[in-house]
Design a protein around this ligand. Structure first.
Ligand SMILES: *Cc1c(COP(=O)(O)O)cnc(C)c1O
Length: 465
């Protein structure tokens, strides 16, 4: 082999480092439109190959204008982690080592890293020490995996082998879900044959938290197996369902409780915010992301299930290979839908090892404090309204008194490009959603964000006057 592939790797690594150094300090720049990017990549199928270094250089040139600075300290859009450089470094090795992380004999190191990440994670999050953990692409698949374990166990208890016989003629499961649940939970229900329209919706309060009395009423009205889907960290408000009240009611009824905690479950890792998620450890399964608050690179999520047997029943792939021996050794594929996949345990291992319990708690508490500070700086300024005191790391802002004023302000902020925020629809109103979810965000970034938002609103106000 010529030297060139190694040069391409070195070149990519240097460019990647330079990109992150620039993005960490520089002002943000506006990003190219999708139209521009589709045009930039549009070319006929190459007939002849190209040299490794030239391929990487070409990729960087085409892609750069359309790379959104999601790792920037002032990126507050959606709920997106900062893809920490230490996690990225580990992830480079994941790709370079090229491990097919399907079974423990094939990839002993990757399997061992996953096993210890699983143990560290449940300890960090205060969940049962013997819960089983699958490493997924994110919370969408983690929700699916948790719900699959739920379906398996509820069916088993009803005398039905859903893995063998499927859903045809199976006893119906009633799904209780809060009115402000995340859209991805419905995908999980759809994949599992539980349907998105057959759910019983439980009324929520102004922050999107299930009302315990409404939950109790809904529970009383159903017969047969019940699956209750709760939430730690509502996408818009960051609020938590009242687990300590709801989960015991569900348990008494023999229901399975699954918690979508994509970012909010991380409250469990901090002494200051843990009271918000009180009782969450009583549930049966949980979904949480690595690529949000743990700051791992994409992609990484965790499906955590109290009863490991139900998880393995739902997920394990029966291959013609030897099963792992009893004890500590785990086949990574026994806990997730995939057989061949990347060894994402290494990135998660590196992030937990780098930050430690204290670093993780410090970051989460800092981000929450920053969201509260931003809302406080802006609330009441010339018709800016913070819809509520941030519960966690999410702030919702309204500008003036109609939707258009808020949407125009979001637009003006995006064009200004000092920070990035997006719009969201919350209980019938458009809002600006600010999500603080990065290791890189400093208090000075919050001051800049407050200025950029206030100035954008002034521009919008003037143009409307
Ligand atoms: C982000 C999020 C999801 C989906 O997670 P992905 O990592 O994007 O798959 C699910 N639920 C909630 C509450 C979220 O915030």
């Amino acid at each position: 082999m010529s030297e060139e592939p190694w040069q391409a790797m070195r070149f990519a690594a240097e460019e990647a480092i330079a990109y992150r150094q620039r993005t960490g300090t520089a002002e943000r720049a506006p990003v190219a439109t999708p139209e521009d990017m589709f045009a930039a990549f549009d070319q006929p199928l190459p007939e002849a190959g190209a040299d490794p270094g030239a391929v990487i250089a070409d990729l960087i040139e085409r892609a750069s204008p359309g790379i959104r600075a999601m790792t920037h300290p002032r990126f507050f859009g959606w709920v997106i982690g900062g893809s920490h450089p230490v996690g990225v470094a580990a992830d480079w090795l994941v790709s370079a080592w090229g491990q097919n992380n399907g079974n423990v004999f094939g990839t002993p190191a990757a399997s061992a890293a996953e096993a210890v990440v699983a143990r560290w994670l449940v300890e960090l999050l205060g969940l049962p020490a013997d819960a089983a953990v699958g490493l997924t692409t994110g919370a969408t698949v983690a929700n699916f995996v948790g719900l699959a374990a739920a379906r398996s166990e509820l069916m088993r208890r009803a005398g039905w082998d859903v893995e063998g016989d499927g859903m045809f003629g199976a006893p119906p499961i009633t799904v209780l879900i809060g009115a402000d649940a995340h859209a991805t939970v419905f995908s999980g229900l759809r994949y599992l044959g539980l349907g998105t329209r057959r759910v019983v919706t439980v009324e929520t309060d102004a922050l999107g938290r299930m009302l315990p009395a409404a939950f109790e009423r809904a529970l009383a009205g159903v017969s047969g197996p019940v699956l209750a889907i709760l939430q730690a960290g509502q996408l818009n408000t960051g609020a938590f369902d009242p687990f300590a009240e709801i989960v015991p009611l569900a348990r008494e009824r023999g229901a399975w409780t699954h918690v979508d905690g994509a970012f909010g479950l991380w409250a469990q890792a901090t002494p200051a915010y843990r009271p918000l998620s009180a009782g969450v450890e009583l549930a049966d399964s949980w979904a949480v992301d690595g690529h949000k608050w743990l700051q791992t690179p994409y992609d990484c999520g965790f499906a955590i299930v109290r009863d490991g047997d139900s998880l393995q029943r739902a997920m394990a792939i029966s291959t013609s290979y030897l099963p792992p021996p009893e004890g500590q050794q785990r086949d990574p594929s026994a806990f997730v839908p995939e057989l061949s996949r990347r060894a994402r345990g290494f990135g998660a291992w590196a992030m937990i090892r780098h930050l430690g319990r204290e670093g993780i708690a410090e970051m989460i508490e800092r981000n929450c404090r920053q969201a509260a500070r931003l809302a406080q700086l802006l609330d009441g300024q010339d018709g800016i309204r913070s819809l509520f005191e941030p519960q966690l790391n999410q702030a919702l802002l309204r500008f003036g008194d109609d939707d258009q004023a808020t949407l125009d302000t979001v637009d003006a902020v995006q064009r200004d490009a000092r920070i990035f925020v997006g719009p969201a629809s919350w209980h019938g109103e458009w809002v600006m959603r600010v999500s603080v979810c990065s290791y890189a965000t400093k208090d000075s970034d919050i001051a800049i964000a407050a200025e950029a938002i206030a100035e954008a609103w002034q521009t919008v106000r003037k143009s409307r006057a």
